[in-house]
Design a binder for this molecule. Structure first.
Ligand SMILES: Nc1nc2c(ncn2[C@@H]2O[C@H](COP(=O)(O)OP(=O)(O)OP(=O)(O)O)[C@@H](O)[C@H]2O)c(=O)[nH]1
Ligand SMILES: [Mg+2]
Length: 388
């Protein structure tokens, strides 16, 4: 699972990355602070089934604190995109290769409207325009790749397969590519599209194949009216207001032992020694999180559980003890698509388990289930296979 953080420059992408991963990414109040991509791991929170089952878990692929399971998600943060990036403006658009392989993109916009599309300071920016600009640049980037390969594609009868190969870096399925071509009524064999056709295809493909969640960042410095206005203009999109800076400061203070903040909490206590200045900042942040929270966990939730519509499933080998081979209780939390079946889970674990699938057991209900049984969020599942 990979989340790509994109957006115009100076919007708080690297601050969000740092808040999510606690890695040290460079942050600066000017465009193009980030040049090379930052990579790290964030944790999405979900209630662990241990309580419901009256057990104490020993997680392997995730962690668990106070009954909350934290599931790792890879994150990449890239340079800022500016209008005309596809024509070489700013840092250009080549760096998109690093982010576009993501399963879901988070676009960070500046909720205060105090930075423009190029990341420079202004008083008059409309943050909703950033979303359209980024969409245009993503589409042009895809169009550029398609256009570059056009001479080779003309010779191919299997046009959608050729497109899938050319666009492999996007990690969009051939089915979505094929549906997009058909929906637009474009030729799918010996592809020789005009520039406008390439662009419409690319726009439709980005829409269909690259889900985007918008993070209205810097909400600590934006008025509720400003946020509401942006929400209104982006009604059709998944949008979450957040403050990456407050989340980062609180996590740092918690790490230093000054407060007891847990990501997503609506409050915290001062547990260590803070300077007068720190106390002032903490007072502001306390009333801010009481009102709205930092929005950072909501943002991750939105990306993973709403936009990608994933669920968490716990495979076990012993359905009574809910353990793996080594006796670890509820060792692995697996993210899978909602609607996924018992055999889909078997395939995710091992192709042998899929091949030799006999039946599965829902450990919570102590019930045998078949291959095509759809799993639910929080299910604990044993797969029985014929393999020795
Ligand atoms: N008030 C406020 N400022 C923020 C927030 N997040 C980031 N900033 C500030 O915004 C500026 C830009 O932050 P970065 O994280 O470097 O932004 P970026 O989008 O990665 O910028 P580039 O790498 O240059 O594209 C810095 O001065 C941050 O301190 C926030 O939630 N609230
Ligand atoms: Mg940055």
């Amino acid at each position: 699972m990979l989340i790509g953080i994109i957006g115009a420059p100076n919007k708080g992408k690297s601050t969000l990355f740092s808040a999510l991963t606690m890695a040290n990414a460079e942050i600066g109040d000017y465009p193009f602070t980030t040049i090379k991509p930052n990579r790290g791991v964030a944790y999405v929170a979900r209630e662990c089934p241990e309580k419901q089952l009256g057990l104490k878990c020993n997680p392997r692929n995730s962690t668990c604190t106070n009954g909350i399971r934290y599931i790792p998600i890879e994150i990449v943060d890239v340079a800022g995109l500016v209008p005309g990036a596809h024509l070489g403006k700013g840092m250009g658009n080549q760096f998109l290769t690093d982010a576009i392989a993501a399963d879901v993109l988070i676009q960070v916009i500046d909720g205060t409207g105090k930075t423009d599309l190029n990341g420079n300071h202004t008083q008059t920016s409309n943050p909703a325009e950033e979303v359209r600009m980024i969409f245009d640049e993503l589409s042009h980037w895809v169009a550029g790749i398609v256009k570059k390969h056009m001479p080779a594609m003309i010779k191919r009868k299997d046009g959608t397969k050729a497109l899938h190969e050319v666009l492999a870096g996007l990690r969009i399925s051939e089915k979505i590519i094929e549906d997009t071509v058909n929906k637009l009524g474009l030729a799918s064999s010996g592809i020789n599209w005009k520039d406008e056709e390439i662009l419409s295809f690319s726009q439709a493909l980005v829409r269909a194949g690259k889900p985007i969640v918008v993070a209205i960042n810097k909400s600590d410095s934006a008025s509720p009216q400003q946020i509401e206005k942006i929400n209104e203009s982006l009604k059709e999109m998944e949008v979450v207001a957040c403050s990456a800076a407050v989340e980062l400061s609180l996590k740092k203070a918690a790490k230093a032992g000054i407060i007891d903040y847990a990501s997503g909490a609506r409050g915290f206590n001062i547990t260590g020694n803070a300077t007068d200045e720190q106390n002032k900042g903490l007072e502001f942040m306390k009333s801010f999180v009481q009102k709205s929270g930092t929005g950072i966990q909501e943002l991750l939730h939105s990306a993973i559980f709403k936009t990608l519509n994933l669920i968490v499933v716990y495979p076990v080998e012993d359905e009574n003890k809910c353990t793996d081979h080594f006796g670890n209780v509820l060792p692995d939390a697996r993210l899978m698509r909602r609607g996924g079946t018992a055999v889909d889970l078997a395939r995710m674990i091992h192709t042998d388990l899929e091949k030799n699938f006999l039946y599965a057991i829902d450990a919570k209900k102590k019930m045998r289930i078949g291959k095509e049984h759809q799993l639910n969020d929080g299910d604990v599942i044993k797969i029985a296979s014929a393999a020795k």
